[in-house]
Ligand binder design. Structure first.
Ligand code: NAP
Length: 291
């Protein structure tokens, strides 16, 4: 069965749109792009389109390639302090004279849509409620929507990158999967992937995962994105594996759309949390006035 990320994204966006309208949520996303990376512009367009559709306002900050780190941090500071800005995305990559870790970590944790600040990653490490990185959240959401059990499963992740593999290993562990993480130095990769009930590949190596890497009826999730002769190719050899797997994501059309949907999901969660805090403060002030 195909794990249809594109359809699920569209269904989720309908629900988000309805929720934002009926609950009168005012949500604003600030997206910062430094320089002229063409791929980044496409990613931003997709995010903007989804936000527009559900009724989230997007404010773009297109900064010159040669901006100083100090000026970038000043802008992030301003957005952190703007009560009308719900969430902030610093689009990666940024030019090499800027330290991405430092700058993205400057985003206030409660506005960190991508879930990459130290505070949010540390909460993930501790197994506490946090803002999950969107791709990680999208993978888990897709499994949950298709009622695929995570608890007790043998989950094998290929790739230990900071954006997908590494945080995903923590998130799946928190959901009680037995997690194995493979990487470029792993020996006999296929002996490991063949044990997977859930196999997730996030390497960016085209068709790394072949037919003989997959156990019959495994759930196979393809996160990797590469371009071969101008075409998007995933880590998984879909055509060879579709008949072996019980569930499989297409690529494109699987995890990419889920990632976009989870940006909206995170923003709604943030706005709801902000409202809770504001209501608590109002009640507190009210109680104090009555004393
Ligand atoms: P990354 O930081 O570059 O990590 C890639 C990982 O793959 C590394 O851990 C590397 O191992 C491992 N690897 C490379 N060659 C391998 C091999 N032959 N066998 C086993 N492992 C191998 O990448 P990332 O940022 O995590 O992203 C991973 C992929 O997901 C990329 O293709 C990216 O474009 C894609 N992605 C897709 C979405 C989406 O929405 N669909 C979102 C984010 C990322 P070492 O650590 O040993 O070097």
């Amino acid at each position: 069965m195909i794990l249809d990320g594109k359809k699920i994204k569209n269904d989720l966006l309908e629900n988000f749109k309805e929720k934002i309208k009926t609950e009168k949520l005012y949500i604003k996303l600030a997206i910062i792009l430094v320089g002229n990376n063409e791929a980044s512009k496409i990613y931003i367009k997709n995010k903007e389109k989804a936000c527009d559709y559900v009724g989230i306002k997007v404010e773009k900050y297109l900064l010159e390639e040669n901006i100083t780190e100090n000026d970038l941090l000043k802008l992030i500071d301003k957005l952190n302090n703007d009560t009308n800005t719900t969430g902030i995305i610093l689009q990666s990559p940024i030019p090499s004279h800027l330290d991405f870790d430092k700058c993205s970590n400057y985003i206030q944790a409660s506005k960190d849509v991508d879930g990459f600040t130290k505070e949010n990653i540390y909460k993930l490490y501790l197994g506490k409620k946090t803002i999950l990185p969107c791709t990680v959240k999208g993978i888990i959401k897709l499994l949950e929507i298709y009622n695929i059990p995570i608890e007790g499963s043998n989950a094998v992740i290929v790739g230990r990158g900071n954006i997908v593999g590494h945080p995903l290993s923590l998130a799946l562990l928190n959901k009680n999967a037995t997690v194995t993480v493979a990487h470029s130095k792993t020996k006999n990769l296929k002996n490991i992937t063949r044990n997977a009930d859930i196999l997730i590949s996030a390497t960016g190596k085209p068709h790394l995962i072949q037919k003989d890497y997959v156990k019959k009826d495994a759930v196979v999730i393809d996160v990797g994105v590469s371009r071969v002769n101008g075409k998007i190719v995933g880590d998984i050899d879909f055509r060879e594996i579709v008949d072996i797997a019980s569930f499989i994501t297409p690529n494109p059309g699987g995890i990419g759309p889920m990632t976009v949907a989870m940006i909206i999901d995170n923003l709604i969660e943030m706005e709801e949390r902000k409202r809770k805090v504001e209501n608590k403060n109002i009640n507190f002030a009210h109680d104090k006035n009555r004393q």
